[in-house]
Write a protein that binds this ligand. Sequence first.
Ligand code: NAD
Ligand code: ZN
Length: 342
Amino acid sequence: MMALAKLHPRAGLWQTTAPVPEIGADDVLIRVNKTGICGTDMHIWHWDDWAAATVPVPLITGHEFAGEIVEIGRNVEGLTLGQRCSGEGHLIGKTSRQSRAGKFHLDPGTRGIGVNEQGAFAEYLRLPAFNVVPLPDSIDDDIGAILDPLGNAVHTALSFDLLGEDVLITGAGPIGIMAAAVARHAGARHVVITDVNPDRLALAAQVTDVTPVDVRSEDLRDVIALLRMKQGFDVGLEMSGNAAAFDQMVEAMTMGGRIAMLGIPPGHSAVDWSRIVFKALTIKGVYGREIFETWYKMIAMLENGLDVSRVITHRFAARDFAAGFAAMADGSAGKVVLDWRG
Ligand code: NAD
Ligand code: ZN
């Protein structure tokens, strides 16, 4: 089968031919139709320090996918050949205290497809049946291929009650933009999104009803006054991984505000803890998606009017993957989807 793999420990990905994976008794084989390119895939492409320390070579990369089941292991029940699906790319253990408590997303032994194990940038993917998420007909393969990052957005956004709340999102990357759409869908009052990239802010406004703020030229205090908030934002969703953005968020929160942090700041960043204490803020770190509650919620929302389709700005055939990665590197793209059929 055709696959994209990290074949050498340096920048780039290479198109290669690999054997179709053999499945075990508890697995399924998925024919991949579409895949999304993630920021994680960019780190792997660029072979930064994190990638070099984490990713084995050779490895088929990619973890955002939609496809259909073409082979079923002998122990698997409840799945059928031809079933359209996406799936959770975090492979969890079942013996940790967290897993045994049903908190699968907190299993400390989690391994990722396309990061630690063979991934989805391929014509076929082996996946434990446990990880399969069947797709209803109303969710097409393009959306199916971005459910993984939509899940990050949903998990983060639904960390706190949003109904009637004023929500600040820092970082209008694909996940921040999808989180804005989710916050709207969940009944937030005002949703404000910040970035330093005008293309990303323009895309955010195309995807959902949001107030875009370019923090290079605009002041969040003016936005708070303009939108007639009394003190500041009730809920913050940090989705930039930028320390300055987090600082601005803390400044713009109301007393007792709640912040969910998905963005990953580089290394040790300075934080003014006294402001967090005196504002009595709650801060929650968010990792991945809740397995499988986030999947349930996002599919329910998609079936009930949540529309994130415009966040997909580029589509390429898988063999043109280099153009897809170039679009990602350009910084103005939303989600980039690769087509593996034909
Ligand atoms: P992205 O890099 O595409 O988007 C980040 C955005 O933040 C960019 O548009 C950038 O211009 C913007 N930004 C930079 N400086 C800013 C500032 N000072 N103020 C406001 N915005 C600023 O990333 P993404 O794919 O949308 O992911 C969002 C974040 O979530 C990343 O940090 C990513 O590493 C992280 N992430 C975490 C998890 C997890 O499990 N915790 C999972 C996926 C992604
Ligand atoms: Zn991803």
